[in-house]
Ligand binder design. Structure first.
Ligand code: C2E
Ligand code: MG
Ligand code: MG
Length: 622
């Protein structure tokens, strides 16, 4: 800044500081100090800010730079309580302090001498004033004597005011930035700050892999419900503070809301190291927390994913970590899972299914396989269960487990279900016309959504009429869950179906929560014992007891029973011994395409060599 008159000096400083923000504040202040040093012909100048709460004064800028700055720098942060007399006087000063002789404030003089090597200084210390209180100081130091004219002092006050304004603006900006990037409850970073941080970490050229830990507290809701929301909040705050304390300041810890946290350590780590770290996190979170009178602890599930800078996007890493978290939680909580290639395959499949399912349902990619159900005593085929598959263009034949849930979650269940019912009925009618399947029932699985759709009964009626099938040759299989969820609605639909003679079976029985008495209220014909119980018949006494009681209760309610998942002769013999004759399973036949099942239908039976005791044989009556 060229030498000018005093008034234009103020204007000059004002324009210099106008566009300044937090990032440019120090450099701009130094530029201004440099021109002031020059203008007032002093040895050096400094700008300090006051941290009122901590009672500290912090060096922001100085000019010229000191040739040697000790580390730590005794001038950077000074506690007022321990400061020399001049600094102490400046803490609350609202008027400039002018030291015009070298013998005032001797301790201050001594301090300056020690840190600058210059003896006997004169000083002008001009407070920065904001809302009537001192928020810092602008200081000028000069060797030998120097008198300050009133005009000069007034100009310095005006310049100090400009610095005070800048300080207030930067602090307000800082505060805004803080609010925008921090979680209210815990003071941890929020989602936005996390995304920004990850974006930087995953930029090309950065060190990797970048490990991301997705945390989800187990059963936090129970804590809120039983101890109150305040307790829940306190718990989360305490946990947040604990995490913060046990991680380095440069590690990112964010709370995404509720009981979800994400940690991205600054250190790079591979999968092995990340799993160890996940264990450490789990141990940390699992320690007890005092909430009011109670001492509580929560387990935490941790999903881990690694991102490679330049390759993986932020949303990929977060989705993977979230996916791993799901898998970690699936074990009932307090689990750890690192995103693996196997998960990736499943993940891609899920994406693919979501994208392509809609067209697949309408473009003929769906096929039905049929699994025979026999009377174990004679091998006679009593029913065929239609099981849907997706002939995927690149992934081969997909089982329903890979897409039925997706269909249900994406409003496609109705469309898929209609296709299944129409195709199964059409195929079944064709067999009937050709004299096959005369005494066989066609079993069709129905999604819960279908069952509660308003026109379900009419649609079935239309299809049966179209193909000339009597209702009693059709059995719809519904899951236990739907029965429990919407008993009233379900009952209405089932009654409508019953009027047409359509049979109803409860599938996978034993896995839901319905008691048989629940079912008594519904017009149900049979239950299919879940294959989980049947598979191990012969070596699990528990399962034997359950199967026995299901069969007994079904009998007393007059319901039929079918054993699913018969894989061993032992299981088949056990079922027969318990009086359950109808069964389905790999031992008897796997699900197969329509053409293959035709051969069995022609025979009418599937011979089984079960070596049954005499009493178990005889002619099927079911
Ligand atoms: P589900 O109705 O209980 O069907 C029986 C499942 O058990 C079939 O699996 C069958 O292949 C399998 N299975 C049969 N015998 C054995 C055995 O001995 N051992 C073992 N381990 N498994 C056996 P799939 O075809 O994968 O179907 C799975 C589930 O998908 C079905 O269970 C059913 O709930 C659902 N599903 C199948 N087709 C449809 C459909 O068209 N619509 C709806 N909504 N769901 C369907
Ligand atoms: Mg079924
Ligand atoms: Mg089943």
């Amino acid at each position: 800044m060229p030498r000018r008159n005093l008034d234009s000096l103020v204007t000059q400083v004002a324009s210099e500081l106008m566009g300044v923000d937090a990032t440019t504040m120090v450099a701009a202040s130094e530029r201004v100090l440099a021109s002031l040093v020059d203008y007032f012909d002093v040895e050096f100048a400094y700008l300090r800010h006051t941290e009122r709460e901590q009672r500290q004064t912090v060096l922001i800028a100085e000019w010229p730079p000191r040739p040697y700055v000790p580390d730590p720098d005794p001038l950077r942060v000074i506690d007022f309580a321990e400061a020399d007399s001049l600094f102490l006087a400046s803490e609350n000063a609202v008027e400039p302090i002018i030291v015009s002789r070298g013998d005032e404030y001797p301790d201050y003089q001594e301090m300056i001498r020690q840190s600058t090597g210059m003896p006997s200084m004169v000083t002008a210390c001009v407070p920065l004033i904001s809302r009537g209180v001192s928020t810092g100081a602008l200081g000028f130091v000069r060797r030998g004597d120097r008198a300050w004219t009133t005009r000069e002092v007034n100009v310095l006050k005006a310049i100090a005011a400009l610095f005070a304004q800048l300080q207030a603006r930067v602090e307000a900006e800082d505060r805004l930035r803080y609010i925008a990037s921090h979680d209210d409850l815990t003071g941890l970073a929020n989602r936005r700050a996390l995304l920004e941080h990850m974006e930087e970490r995953l930029a090309p050229g950065n060190a990797g892999p970048v490990a991301t830990f997705f945390l989800d507290l187990d059963r936090l809701k129970a804590l809120n419900d039983f101890l109150g929301h305040n307790a829940g909040d306190n718990f989360i705050r305490t946990l947040a503070a604990r995490l913060r304390k046990n991680f380095a300041p440069e590690d990112m810890i964010a709370r995404l809301g509720g009981d979800e946290f994400v940690i991205v350590p600054a250190e790079t780590m591979d999968a092995v190291a990340a799993e160890l770290e996940a264990n450490r996190i789990q141990e940390l979170v699992g320690r007890r927390v005092s909430v009011g009178q109670e001492s509580v602890s929560r387990g935490v599930s941790v999903g881990v994913a690694l991102g490679v800078p330049g390759e993986t996007t932020v949303s990929d890493v977060l989705r993977r970590a979230d996916h791993a978290l799901l898998s970690a939680k699936s074990g009932g909580g307090n689990g750890i899972a690192v995103f693996t290639d196997a998960m990736r395959v499943q993940f891609e499949l899920q994406d693919d299914v979501e994208v392509n399912l809609r067209t697949a349902v309408s473009d003929g990619s769906m096929v039905l396989h049929y699994q025979p159900e026999v009377d174990l005593r004679t091998g006679r085929i009593v029913a065929l269960e239609a099981l849907v598959r997706w002939q995927h263009p690149t992934r081969g034949l997909l089982p329903p487990g890979a897409f039925v849930a997706v269909a249900e979650a994406t409003n496609l269940a109705g469309e898929l279900g209609r296709w299944v019912i129409r195709s199964a009925c059409s195929q079944f009618a064709d067999w009937r016309r050709r004299g096959l399947a005369a005494n066989v029932v066609i079993r069709i699985n129905v999604s819960p959504v279908q069952l509660v759709s308003a026109d379900f009964v009419e649609r079935i009626e239309d299809i049966l009429r179209l193909y000339g099938i009597d209702g009693s040759s059709v059995c719809l299989e519904i899951t236990e869950h739907v029965v429990v969820q919407d008993l009233v609605r379900t009952r209405l639909t089932l009654r409508g179906l019953k009027r047409m003679g359509v049979q109803i079976a409860i599938d996978d029985f034993g896995t839901g929560y319905s008691s048989l008495s629940h079912l008594k209220a519904l017009p149900v014909d049979a239950v299919k014992i879940d294959r989980g119980f049947v598979q191990r018949l012969g070596d699990s006494d528990d399962d034997l007891a359950i199967v026995k009681s299901i069969i007994g209760l079904a009998g007393s309610f007059g319901l039929g029973v079918v054993g699913e998942g018969v894989e061993t002769p032992m299981a088949a013999r056990t079922l027969v011994g318990l009086g359950c004759y109808r069964a389905q399973g790999f031992l008897i036949a796997r699900p197969m395409p329509g053409e293959a099942v035709e051969a069995h239908l022609r025979e009418g039976r599937i011979p089984l060599d079960l070596d049954l005791p005499r009493a178990g044989r005889g002619v099927a009556s079911s």
